[in-house]
Design a protein around this ligand. Structure first.
Ligand code: ADP
Ligand code: GLC
Length: 473
C-alpha cells in the first residue's frame, strides 16, 4: 500500500516532542513490511536540511486569503531515513528555525496543508491512504472532500492519529477564506463552537481516527479540551493504538550518545558508568538514587509541581536522593527550576533547553524517571526509560496507565511506580517508594531486567495500522 503521512514533525528532520519520534519511526517500519510509506512535512531551516541533498520534485501555487503563495516540494535524495521524505518550502512562512511558536502559526500550517493537498491533486495516481497527524494536518481531509478543486480525491481513505488533543489549531471564521473555494454547505465540518477547529474537522472528516493509546481514547470522552461530545458521537470510528520504540534510535546496546553501551546482562555496571558521568557533570552524588525528569515544562506534564515536589522530597527525606531536570517550556517553571539550584546544590540540578544527547544520557544514567503528567496520550519517555532499565514513576493516566504496571502489584508482574493524583503529596510518596526500592539492590535488579525484556517495539503497532488501512480499501 502507498501511505502518505502528513505531519508538522519528523525525527531527525525536526522534532519538538513525541510526534516527531513517531512520524520518524512508523513509516520506516511500514516499509519494512513491504509497503510504500512516505512523509510530507514543512521545510524548516533545521540542521538536517543543510546536511542532506534534495531534488526539486514539484512546484505550484495557490491563493490564501488575499495572498498568492508559491510552493516548492523537495525530496531527500538517498532515502536516508528508510522512507521517502518530502519537504514543502513556502518562502517567508515555513522556512524558519523552530517548528512552532510563531504568531502566524495559523497561516503557516494552513498554507502547508493547502500545498500538500494541491500537490496530491496533481499526481497521476492515487495513494491508498492519507494519514494525517494532529491538528497541523487536520484540514487535509476536509479539503480533499469539500474544496471544488480537490473533490476528485474525496474517496481516498484518510486516517487521523491524535497525538495530543489539547491543541486544536483553532481559528476564527474570519479566516475561512484562507481555504481554497469550498462547498459552503459543508461549513459544519469545519465548525466547533463557532470557530474553525482543524482537529475537530479531522475527527469529523477522516474515515478512521486513532489515538496513541486505548486509555487516552476513553479519557477524551470526558476530558478533551471541549471536544468531549464529539468523541462520544464519533466513537464508532475511533480506536487506540499504542506507540512503539524505534529500536535503532533508542537502544542502550547501540546508543552512540551514551558513554558506555550496555544490555540486559550488564545493566547494573552499564548504568553505573553512565550515572557516574552524569553525576560528575551535574555535581550529584553517585551513591544516591538519581531521579530525572525530561520533557516539556507545561501543565499537561505536571511540570509546575516539580519545584515543590523536589524541594519537599529532599527536605523531608533528608536528601536521600538526587534530581536532575531537563526541559523547556513555561517561563515561570523554568525560572523556579533554575532558582532552586543554589539552595539545593549537590542534591538537585537542571538544564533548561532542548538537548537530544543529554536526554539519552539521562535515560541511561538515571535510576528513576518521573512523569507526573496530568494528560499523557501515550508518552514515550517511560518506554525509553524502561528500555534503558530506568524505573518509571508515573501518574496513572492515558498511555502511562497502559504501559506501566506498579511493582507492588500482588501477582508480582509489575515493574514501575504508579500514583493516582497529580499532586505534590502523591509525587513525594512515590519518590519515597523509589528510595525504598533503590535500597533493595536485588529487587531493583529484577525490576530492571523485567523492564528491559518488555517488547515495546513498533512491529506490533505497525501491524495494527496496516490492518486499519486495509479495512478502508
Ligand atoms: P510529548 O510529545 O508530549 O512531549 P512524549 O513522551 O511522547 O511527550 O515524547 C517526548 C519526546 O521528546 C521524547 O523523545 C523526549 O526524550 C523528548 N524531549 C522532551 N523534552 C526534551 C528536552 N528538553 N531535550 C531533549 N529531548 C526532549
Ligand atoms: C504527544 C503526546 C505524547 C505522545 C506523543 C507521540 O505529543 O503528548 O503523550 O507520546 O504525542 O504520540
Amino acid at each position: 500500500m502507498e501511505i502518505i503521512h502528513v505531519s508538522a514533525e519528523c525525527y531527525p528532520v525536526a522534532k519538538a516532542g513525541g510526534l516527531g519520534d513517531v512520524v520518524g519511526a512508523l513509516p520506516k517500519y511500514q516499509n519494512e513490511l513491504g509497503h510504500l510509506a512516505k512523509v510530507v512535512m514543512p521545510m524548516y531551516k533545521t540542521p538536517f536540511l543543510y546536511a542532506h541533498e534534495f531534488d526539486v520534485v514539484h512546484k505550484g501555487s495557490f491563493g490564501m486569503g488575499g495572498s498568492w503563495l508559491n510552493y516548492t516540494i523537495i525530496k531527500e535524495k538517498f532515502n536516508v531515513l528508510g522512507f521517502d521524505l518530502y519537504l514543502i518550502d513556502i518562502n517567508g512562512l515555513l522556512d524558519r528555525q523552530k517548528v512552532y511558536g510563531y504568531d502566524d502559526d495559523v497561516e503557516r500550517f494552513t498554507s502547508f496543508q493547502i500545498a500538500v493537498v494541491d500537490w496530491l491533486s496533481k499526481w497521476n495516481h492515487r495513494p491508498d491512504v492519507v494519514h494525517v497527524h494532529d491538528h497541523h494536518a487536520g484540514l487535509v481531509p476536509f479539503m480533499m472532500q469539500n474544496c471544488f478543486a480537490y473533490k476528485h480525491m474525496a474517496t481516498i481513505p484518510t486516517v487521523l492519529t491524535i497525538h495530543n488533543a489539547q491543541y486544536q489549531g483553532w481559528m476564527g471564521w474570519n479566516k475561512s477564506n484562507y481555504l481554497p473555494a469550498w462547498d459552503s454547505n459543508s461549513w459544519g465540518k469545519l465548525d466547533w463552537k463557532n470557530n474553525i477547529n482543524p482537529l475537530a474537522s479531522a475527527v469529523k472528516c477522516s474515515f478512521r481516527v486513532t489515538t496513541v493509546s486505548p486509555s487516552y481514547l476513553e479519557e477524551l470522552k470526558f476530558n478533551s479540551n471541549d471536544l468531549e461530545a464529539l468523541f462520544e458521537y464519533e466513537k464508532g470510528k475511533c480506536s487506540g493504538i499504542i506507540n512503539g520504540i524505534d529500536d535503532l534510535v533508542w537502544n542502550p546496546e547501540l546508543d552512540k550518545y551514551i558513554d558506555t553501551q550496555y544490555g540486559i546482562e550488564d545493566v547494573d555496571e552499564g548504568k553505573l558508568i553512565n550515572k557516574e558521568v552524569l553525576c560528575k557533570e551535574y555535581n550529584l552524588d553517585i551513591h544516591k538514587p538519581l531521579i530525572v525528569f525530561i520533557g516539556r515544562l507545561v501543565d499537561e506534564k505536571g511540570a509546575d509541581l516539580l519545584p515543590k515536589a523536589i524541594g519537599d522530597a529532599i527536605y523531608h527525606m533528608q536528601g536521600q536522593m538526587n534530581f536532575l531536570v531537563l526541559g523547556s517550556g513555561d517561563f515561570w517553571v523554568e525560572r523556579q527550576l533554575e532558582d532552586m539550584k543554589g539552595g539545593l546544590m549537590g542534591y538537585y540540578n537542571s538544564k533548561i533547553g532542548y538537548n537530544e544527547k543529554l536526554s539519552h544520557q539521562m535515560y541511561a544514567g538515571a535510576d528513576f524517571l518521573l512523569m507526573p503528567s496530568r494528560v499523557e496520550p501515550c508518552g514515550l519517555n517511560q518506554l525509553y526509560a524502561m528500555r534503558y532499565g530506568t524505573v518509571p514513576i508515573v501518574r496513572s493516566t492515558g498511555g502511562l496507565k497502559d504501559t506501566v504496571i506498579d511493582y507492588g502489584t500482588p501477582d508480582g508482574s509489575g515493574y514501575g511506580i504508579r500514583f493516582n493524583d497529580a499532586t505534590v503529596g502523591d509525587i513525594t510518596y512515590s519518590i519515597h517508594r523509589a528510595v525504598q526500592l533503590y535500597s533493595q539492590p536485588k529487587r531493583l535488579d529484577e525490576v530492571r531486567i523485567k523492564m528491559m525484556q518488555i517488547d515495546n517495539s513498533w512491529e506490533i503497532s505497525t501491524g495494527k495500522y496496516i490492518e486499519l488501512y486495509k479495512s478502508l480499501q
